[in-house]
Write a protein that binds this ligand. Structure first.
Ligand code: ATP
Ligand code: MG
Length: 314
């Protein structure tokens, strides 16, 4: 007898609030957010400037504590961890791709990619080997000895992607990863991220203000004034992305255990509005996005909350 398949959730968010006090004023950056992201999903969070996208991403990544609510990732509650536990958790489970490069200018591509592995205490030979593999994955094997200043924006962002991937994270968080790239490069980078994570069954949460870019997501979460206004499930639309050439796959560890995630209450279903992205919108989006440079900083040097827009530069 076939048992109904249990859904595996990479991330569950329940009743999440983030309230900033500015003097006596309360800023409700997140105002009661609920959703669950299935493992292997390319999830886009889309909304206008100030809607709460980065705040939400930072909470999920354990970079900022919520005012209230629960975040369960890889079966573990982010809001119950202390700072040291969060650092360990991120090193083990999470990769970041940010809009601003933050590649270290005096390091080569290989050295930049290998950097997160030094936090894991890995020896140098092994680090370099893994970094080379990740570089190949993003199609830049010829550029290993180039420094960031000797590469185009798109190439730098590919190095950034490799740097996020090198630790084999189950989840990759990306805040406007194509925000500095031209339209063609944007699509290349987006397809690359989508393809790699699909092959490795990783989960991506990407923040964007661009509805057209968001339409590439399997799941699209619309956010406005700290609230979710709509969640779209969009899995079948992206078959054209299947033909991107890549250099190989990473060894991803076995299935993420999500017992604890499943033991948490299912997220409340969100009100769904009528607006669905038409296939023609997707087509239209292909020539549209604006972009030109991208990078991935290490999250361990990153202090969120000092800038509303670009955590990488904080
Ligand atoms: N550290 C902070 N202190 C006070 N208010 C903050 C802080 N960080 C964010 N906010 C406020 O919370 C709201 C959501 O900000 P957030 O940075 O999440 O927006 P966003 O959707 O990422 O916008 P953008 O597209 O411009 O990056 C905004 O009103 C912002 O001013
Ligand atoms: Mg932001």
């Amino acid at each position: 007898m076939d048992k109904p398949k249990k859904k595996k959730y990479a991330i569950k968010v329940k009743d999440l609030y983030k309230i900033y006090m500015i003097g006596t004023n309360k800023v409700r950056a997140l105002n009661g957010v609920n959703f669950a992201i299935e493992k292997g999903t390319f999830c886009c969070i889309v909304g206008t400037s100030g809607s709460g996208k980065s705040t939400l991403l930072n909470m999920m990544a354990g970079l900022e504590p919520p005012t209230k609510g629960e975040i369960v990732i890889a079966g573990e509650h982010m809001e119950r961890k202390n700072e040291a536990q969060l650092v360990n958790f991120r090193q083990a489970h999470v990769g970041f791709i940010f809009q601003s490069y933050n590649l270290l200018p005096n390091m080569t591509a290989i050295e930049n990619i290998a950097l997160p592995l030094t936090f894991q205490g890995m020896d140098k030979a092994k680090r370099i080997k893994k970094a080379k593999k990740a570089l190949k994955l993003v199609g830049l094997q010829e550029f290993g000895n180039h420094r960031p200043g000797q590469m185009s924006g798109g190439q730098q962002q590919r190095v950034g992607i490799a740097r996020a991937l090198v630790v084999n994270p189950e989840i990759i968080f990306a805040d406007e990863p194509t925000g500095n790239l031209d339209s063609n490069t944007t699509l290349d980078v987006l397809k690359l991220i989508k393809k790699i994570v699909a092959e490795n069954k990783q989960t991506v949460v990407m923040v964007t203000h661009d509805n057209n870019l968001a339409s590439y997501g399997d799941m699209i979460i619309h956010i406005k004034d700290g609230k979710i206004t709509e969640i779209e499930q969009n899995r079948q639309v992206n078959e054209d992305l299947d033909n991107v050439e890549l250099g190989g796959t990473l060894d991803i560890p076995s299935e993420m255990s999500d017992e604890a995630a499943l033991s948490a209450q299912p997220a409340e279903p969100q009100p769904v509005s009528a607006e669905q992205p038409a296939a023609s919108d997707l087509e239209a989006s292909k020539g549209k996005q604006a972009i030109e440079n991208v990078t991935v900083p290490s999250y361990e040097g990153y202090h969120p909350g000092t800038s509303g827009n670009d955590p990488g530069s904080a």
